[in-house]
Design a protein around this ligand. Sequence first.
Ligand SMILES: Cc1cc2nc3c(=O)[nH]c(=O)nc-3n(C[C@H](O)[C@H](O)[C@H](O)COP(=O)(O)O)c2cc1C
Length: 282
Amino acid sequence: MKQEYKIGNLKLRNRVFLAPMAEMNDIAFRLLCKNAGCGLTYTGMINPRTEQKLILDDKPAIQLFCVNDVGVEKFIKKYDKKASLFDFNLGCPSKVARRIGFGAFMNHRFDDIEKILIAMRRATKKPITIKLRKTKNVWKILKIAEKYCDAVCIHPRTIQQGYSGLPDVEFALRLKKKIKIPVIYSGNVNEKNSEELLKKFDFVITGRAALGNPGIFAKLTGKKTNFDFSGYLKLALKYKLYFSQIKLQAMNFTKAKNNAAELREKLVKCKTLNEIKKVMSV
Ligand SMILES: Cc1cc2nc3c(=O)[nH]c(=O)nc-3n(C[C@H](O)[C@H](O)[C@H](O)COP(=O)(O)O)c2cc1C
């Protein structure tokens, strides 16, 4: 019998997801990952007060970042039908996050966190999740999260670590033991360790290993289709993505090539789409 995976009332086809990545997770890239078999795609973090038009044809998990609940309900109601679930970012370690006080830098503001989760819960019947880092406040946040959330995502690196150094899997396991709702693990998930990690956690999300390499989801789920840069470009043109975005992704897609450094050097100088196509041989 085929196994059923669920977060709240959301059925998922497998347990390997694309991590939220600001700037990287455009609609073309997310769709390519989904076509490759990815169980759930995340948008990068989005402020609920954004006026920007969102393209959500992959029915993603929409990740929010904010410092209070203003506009949260309105935003979720607007996009409710187009999202699989809504996630709240408590993990961003960037300088901007520090300056404004969002992401990992609001991990001590328990009342605000609770108010935001209440607003999210009120706005939708879709699952709600929260993404955390390794901080001393995690245990208190879990108590709040358990009241409103359907799953918790943990990236067990500290704020100081940012995205480097080893993620603390033991910390994530301790968290997993503390709560009853599913745990989504993030941190260096790749082809080699995903199977092992899935024995320990309910779901995994892969971030940098998927950049320029959406085929990773095919490898992990056994699907076959076109996941190279030409596949990305086709979708990017369909969705009329900006030249700068296409160039950024072209950089990512050099990763698999032998002459990656040389290609990236050429890409930096590209000023037209045709130049990019030539460098990427498409
Ligand atoms: C370019 C980039 C952008 C990211 N943007 C976000 C984001 O918007 N929201 C978030 O929760 N995490 C973000 N992350 C963190 C990833 O979701 C993930 O937790 C982290 O990269 C660890 O996973 P990895 O080692 O598989 O890359 C970002 C990471 C990268 C590399």
